[in-house]
Design a binder for this molecule. Sequence first.
Ligand code: ATP
Length: 298
Amino acid sequence: MQSVLSIDNISKRYGRIQALKNVSFEVPEGCVFGILGPNGSGKTTMLGTLLNVLKSDSGSFSWFGQANKDSNRKRIGSLLETPNFYHYLSAVDNLKVTQAISGRGKRSDIDEALETVKLTERKKSKFKTYSLGMKQRLAIGAALLGNPEVLVLDEPTNGLDPVGILEMRELIKHLAKQGKTIIIASHLLDEVEKVCTHVAILKKGELLTAGAVDEVLVNEDIVEISASDISKLQQVVANIPGCLSAVLTDKLLHLKFALGTSNLEAINQYCFNNGVVLNQLTARKKSLETKFFELTNN
Ligand code: ATP
């Protein structure tokens, strides 16, 4: 698959803070690419750099195989922070203003964008009457003007309720089906796992891993266990035969074994023999969340 974006050794400092450190990865054409990381890991700095809002200290990137050409910018729609729409104008009028400022696309793009983000029925309502989810979808509508091939979205589900999150997920999937490449920065791992085909995981400005979700979530057996005395359980599991690692998240211990080698009965027996009674024991497919905690905790 061809790369839409190649990032080569990008570094960026803010005074003493190293926001990005030699980050390199590729974004394949047509994928939904999640840039993940805890707060302060450098996601927004990375997106700002890629959109020429910020300048990196070193390294380079190229969109569509061409080094930083001005004409590339029109092929990329972006939503870095919620745009300042006018509260007393309708969706249509707000997009007309956006279009007049950006010079992107033609008049008919507005209706098309509103249709895509499912705001056609409310297109004449004033912005101030919109729910947060509708406001966020209008912002994506604005990013869609000019029909860009790539969309870059920073935390698109920020502040949305579960319904708003679901609508955003459906919208992203719909746009991906149309063949757009979508790059999303997010700290919502569960959400990212539901829509992304590829991920890059950042921690304190460093890239921990990048690639197709299936490759990043390499096949391993994951077993989740818990007990009322979690610290004693932690001590005991350190010696379970075959256990490669144990990571504690939210009162659950995630044990990692080589593929096909975990044995729930043996784990249960081992803990019992060592004085801990389990109150939970589940075999699980590795989630992006598990992988993320594993990487970012080390
Ligand atoms: P969040 O999810 O909280 O938005 P992030 O992963 O997007 O975090 P960045 O906003 O890129 O991370 O920040 C990376 C680091 O750089 C942080 O330590 C942050 O405090 C710092 N930083 C970001 N912008 C500036 C700035 N303008 N001046 C100084 N430090 C900054």
